[in-house]
Design a protein around this ligand. Structure first.
Ligand SMILES: [Zn+2]
Length: 209
């Protein structure tokens, strides 16, 4: 066998030294690819076993290859994960069960970030609304909320006090309990006290500014 990468540099003289199959493969790379593919589909078990044996006899090769082909490995992994969602779910579940300590550390670290905290608040909110048979329409991302706060210069639209003197919370202009949606257009930054004064009234503080 010869390396496909070197094919491009082969001249006629070298070509002459190849055996008949190698020459055929060189002249018809597409046909050869098709043939190999067909063989693999028809002899799946044998191929798997051969690959397995080869990997056992050459330990470390796969790891080295992955190290030298990081981008490709990333793409393969991504594709595999997309095509095998059940396996990914089971693997993740098993990992969590076997690495409870690590998982707790990861979860605690995530819950400590602004994004994690917001996520927790949103989840609680959703659960509460669900108990009242209120279906929340639409959604917004953490980044959209970050942008909204930045666009309003981190002030409470009710009293005009800026962070960090107050802590801003997401206020639904039309409350969820009155059919408002969770999209970013229905959200305004308010401090805790302004938010509790507003309660479930429909007040758009944005028009004041
Ligand atoms: Zn306020």
């Amino acid at each position: 066998m010869y390396e496909r990468e070197e094919d491009k540099n082969l001249n006629q003289k070298v070509l002459w030294e190849l055996n008949i199959w190698q020459r055929y493969n060189y002249r018809h790379p597409d046909r050869n690819k098709k043939r190999v593919k067909k063989y693999r589909v028809e002899h799946l078990e044998i191929c798997k076993e051969r690959v397995g044996n080869w990997r056992r006899n050459n330990p470390g090769y796969q790891k080295d290859w992955a190290k030298n082909n990081k981008e490709k490995t990333k793409q393969y992994t991504k594709k595999w994960r997309e095509n095998n969602p059940e396996k990914v779910y089971l693997m993740t579940k098993r990992w969590r069960e076997n690495n409870r300590d690590k998982r707790n550390i990861v979860a605690r670290r995530y819950n400590g970030t602004p994004r994690g905290r917001q996520n927790k608040i949103n989840a609680t909110h959703r659960r509460r609304m669900l108990l009242k048979d209120i279906i929340i329409l639409g959604t917004h991302t953490f980044l959209e909320w970050e942008k909204l706060r930045r666009d309003w210069n981190f002030i409470c639209l009710g009293c005009g006090v800026q962070e960090p003197a107050v802590k801003l919370v997401q206020d639904h202009i039309i409350p969820l309990s009155r059919g408002g949606s969770d999209v970013i257009d229905n959200i305004q930054p308010l401090c805790h006290s302004c938010n509790s004064i507003k309660r479930d009234k429909i007040i758009d503080y944005r028009i004041r500014w």
